[in-house]
Design a protein around this ligand. Structure first.
Ligand SMILES: O=P(O)(O)OC[C@H]1O[C@H](OP(=O)(O)OP(=O)(O)O)[C@H](O)[C@@H]1O
Ligand SMILES: NC(=O)CC[C@H](N)C(=O)O
Ligand SMILES: [Mg+2]
Length: 485
């Protein structure tokens, strides 16, 4: 679940991309990259770590041009540490293309072989994004009719790319001398929105981004979500073309965006993330009410940050005091998307601190958006007890995560998931909670989709059903053996 952005502007675009990436930081902290197109020349800057620390003034000065793209990475394929896998990726033919990608491809083994044996393309990393770019380049190379590249040539290439590539991909590419291409996989698993604003002379300026908050902050109007399977091309001069490039597009967005990944102030596929989290609180409160007796809970407390909206709504629905007993160190990022279990565990303690006055002698209901590996909940319950809590009930806005997430969230291995193969009582015992209450899968579906046009959701990590055909038991076993998180 990286963050991606593309800008087509009438003035230099470097600062706009930087600002957009800052707003998407919560989607990836491993590394970041910016590419701009200045005539026929690409300027590219790639940095490790977070946006604010990464870029130097001289990097920014070199990023010339009015068209460009950016990326913040949370590695879900290949390695978070490798310099070679920092996005964007570049190929010099045809034309010169740079590309950024949010998502995860699930037929990488087949693509890798095909690209080498049939297309004779060299791949220099274990990143799936490099595969995606090379498929695009190959299809474009063989799909140009006449001397000039037309939007139709581009869209035909994306149709062929959809035929070859499986998995999730929201992507933005710059094509040297031509413009900016954005496309979304045929299930729209990962998000992408389109925005427009007028410059001071009334000319169009465009943005595509993973989340709508980027648009609001830059003064863009939300035009719409890019449709599943659709490709959008914006020429260097700001003319927009679009086409549905998939044969059977179906909107099946990732439910985990609503649970955890996206910022609450974004609207995704027409659904406000914040409001969906409030609805999760309502349904979860009903579940808690069914499983506890009066007096079991004195206060409702969120696990900052992502547990907040759900906890607030739960407190209101249950008619119990809402208190903030954990104080967050704002300088520690999101722990779940950090690479490596050791650093994740250490960071939970660095990030959250318990205020004993809020815990002493109280029966607390701790609310989080999800329990994945159990790293956070285990530490938090222990901290609540050390701070003097009388009893600890834990509630999760997401149902038990029992299956790998293969579409761009780093949970490829069942063995790591605390809920895999365990009953709810067993999970409660692992995290040392007195009681543990989970959201029901059907309630989560309703909470996310209520009042919207979204009819299906990818809930694979909760129910084990994968929308793309290549995710077989054999693939999952291979993934488990071949990925380290
Ligand atoms: O069971 P686990 O493997 O620990 O994963 C789940 C936890 O990780 C996330 O928090 P994170 O610190 O990443 O971000 P946040 O500040 O947005 O809550 C999420 O909100 C849960 O608290
Ligand atoms: N989280 C993502 O979207 C990551 C994109 C890509 N799979 C990578 O690892 O770089
Ligand atoms: Mg959290």
């Amino acid at each position: 679940m990286c963050g991606i952005v593309g800008h087509v502007s009438t003035s230099p675009v470097n600062q706009q991309i930087y600002d957009s990436l800052l707003l998407l930081q919560h989607r990836g902290q491993d590394s970041s990259g910016i590419a701009t197109a200045d005539g026929d020349t690409f300027h590219i800057a790639k940095v490790k770590g977070q946006v604010r620390e990464g870029y130097r003034t001289r990097d920014m000065r070199n990023l010339l041009g009015n068209v460009g793209l950016g990326h913040v990475r949370y590695a879900t394929a290949g390695s978070a540490k490798s310099d070679d896998e920092v996005q964007p990726f570049y190929v010099n033919a045809p034309y010169g293309i740079v590309l950024v990608h949010n998502g995860n491809l699930t037929n990488t083994r087949e693509l890798r072989k095909e690209l080498f044996n049939v297309d004779r393309r060299h791949l220099n990393s274990s990143s799936d994004t490099e595969l995606l770019l090379n498929v695009l380049a190959n299809e474009l190379q063989h799909g140009i009719n006449g001397d000039d590249l037309t939007p139709d040539d581009l869209f035909d290439s994306i149709s062929r790319l959809h035929d070859r590539v499986e998995g999730s991909y929201a992507s933005v590419a710059l094509i040297s001398g031509y413009g900016l291409l954005a496309f979304r996989d045929p299930f729209g698993i990962r998000p992408l929105v389109l925005g427009r604003r007028d410059d001071e002379h009334g000319r169009d300026e465009w943005v595509v981004a993973s989340e709508s908050l980027v648009l609001e902050s830059g003064g863009y109007d939300l035009v719409r979500d890019v449709e599943p399977g659709e490709a959008i091309f914006i020429s260097m001069g700001g003319e927009l073309f679009s086409r549905q490039c998939a044969v059977n597009p179906r909107l099946v967005p990732c439910s985990f965006e609503y649970v955890y990944l996206a910022r609450p102030d974004s609207v995704m596929n027409g659904i406000s993330i914040y409001e969906s989290r409030l609805r999760m609180g309502k349904t979860l409160a009903a579940n808690v009410e069914r499983s506890i007796s009066a007096g079991d809970i004195d206060v409702v407390m969120p696990i900052p940050d992502s547990g907040r909206p759900t906890a607030m709504e739960m407190a209101k629905t249950l008619g119990i005091d809402y208190r903030e007993g954990f104080y967050k160190n704002r300088y520690v990022g999101r722990t779940f998307i950090m690479p490596g279990q050791k650093v994740r565990k250490k960071s939970v303690r660095q990030k959250l601190n318990a205020l004993p006055t809020e815990f002493r002698g109280k029966n607390v209901l701790l609310v989080d958006d999800s329990i994945v590996r159990g790293t956070t909940s285990k530490e938090i319950v222990e901290m609540a007890r050390q701070a003097g809590a009388n009893s600890v009930t834990f509630a999760s806005a997401a149902p038990p995560v029992r299956y790998p997430h293969v579409y761009g969230i780093n949970m490829p291995s069942r063995g790591e998931l605390v809920a895999s193969g365990r009953s709810i009582e067993e999970i409660a015992s692992v995290i040392s909670a007195d009681r543990l209450v989970y959201q029901e899968v059907s309630d989560l579906f309703t909470a996310i989709t209520e009042g919207s046009n979204v009819k299906e959701l990818d809930m694979s990590c909760f129910d084990g059903t994968y929308v793309t055909g290549t995710v077989t038991p054999e693939y999952l076993a291979w993934l488990e053996l071949n990925t380290k998180s």
